[in-house]
Design a protein around this ligand. Structure first.
Ligand SMILES: C[S@@+](CC[C@H](N)C(=O)[O-])C[C@H]1O[C@@H](n2cnc3c(N)ncnc32)[C@H](O)[C@@H]1O
Length: 313
């Protein structure tokens, strides 16, 4: 990543393009070689996704909304324009971003309540909100978001685990202190600061010199490899810290190696070969990650209906 300034040739194209724009990297201090950034920790979200998330809220006049993740302030500005600044509270964990967001919002004529703090705890003043809108992803949904939303209101948040792609979760808050509903689409977002995933590539977490255990499996690995198969949410939830990497053959054969690993020294790989009845498995480290993964798949219905994973039990 390289910085792009106002004077840069692609400034306006980027500003109006329909993709997320990184706005802070490596907690403000670029950690890559030559002063380059490595990991995006804040961004202006993809405009079409911002619109979809706001539409999901179906706000009406007078509603009060708490946004988690102020960042650029753009989403808070849209909410303020619709609901009035008195009805909008936004919280940002990074002090520099919170201050910058507050200043940018003010310069655009909006003065919502901008709080600097951990949005996983919500914001006590002004509770309950009609809706809570998280613009940062959660692995474990903070209960404060449910507690601080009035019954009938919505907590809308990107949600996932280390294994699956991030889904947009729309939770309706009940009178009994629970919230339930279903994922309504994809929503790639960065994680809440305290729920970040381990950084680095597959090779950073895998000791290729560790003694390898070899076996064969008749379990088709494709649901594990394919995004949005449904299996990925279930398996990611049931096999703690599971992460995947895919390595496709470049010979047009359709073969690939699915590598599974945790960040504590265990890994497994399974070689998918189209048409094969069995697939080669290798494992190393203290956990039998492939057996854990197979067990998680076996515990799920064959067709992995995602809706069933989040409806109220
Ligand atoms: C994708 S950006 C949000 C985009 C923003 N809504 C906008 O309109 O520009 C996610 C933001 O969430 C912030 N964040 C991460 N963890 C947080 C937490 N625990 N509480 C509040 N903000 C958090 C990040 O610092 C980052 O600025």
């Amino acid at each position: 990543m390289v910085p792009v300034g106002h004077e840069g040739p692609y400034w306006w194209e980027n500003a109006y393009a329909d993709f997320a724009l990184p706005t802070q990297i490596d907690d403000g201090t670029p950690a890559g070689a030559g002063g380059r950034g490595r990991y995006t920790i804040s961004s202006a979200s993809q405009p079409s996704l911002v619109a979809r998330m706001l539409e999901t809220l179906r706000v009406r006049d007078g509603m009060r909304v708490l946004e988690i993740g102020t960042a650029t302030g753009y989403n808070a500005a849209l909410l303020s324009a619709r609901l009035g600044t008195d009805n909008v509270t936004t919280i940002e964990v990074d002090p520099h971003l919170a201050e910058q967001g507050r200043a940018v919002l003010a310069s655009a004529g909006f003065k919502p309540t901008v709080v600097c703090g951990d949005g996983a705890l919500g914001v006590r003043g002004g509770v309950p909100f009609d809706h809570v809108l998280a613009t940062v992803a959660a692995k474990r949904i903070p209960y404060a978001w449910v507690e601080q939303t009035r019954p009938g209101g919505l907590a809308v948040t990107p949600w996932s685990n280390d294994y699956a792609a991030t889904a947009l979760l729309r939770l309706e808050v009940g009178h009994d202190g629970t919230a339930s509903d279903r994922p309504i689409g994809d929503a790639p977002f960065m994680w809440l600061r305290d729920q970040r995933s381990a950084k680095g590539a597959w090779s950073d977490h895998v000791d290729r010199d560790a003694p390898v255990r070899r076996s064969q499996t008749a379990v088709d690995p494709r649901p594990l490899a394919e995004p949005r198969s449904g299996a990925e949410f279930a398996v990611g939830a049931m096999v703690p810290h599971l992460v995947k990497a895919l390595f496709h053959a470049r010979d047009g054969s359709g073969e690939y190696t699915l590598s599974l690993y945790d960040t504590h020294g265990s890994w497994a790989s399974v070689d998918f070969v189209p048409g094969a009845a069995e697939y080669a498995v290798e494992q190393a480290g203290p956990r039998d990650l492939w057996e854990e993964t197979e067990a998680a798949m076996a515990a799920q219905p064959v067709t992995y209906p995602t809706e069933q994973l989040w409806t109220r039990a």
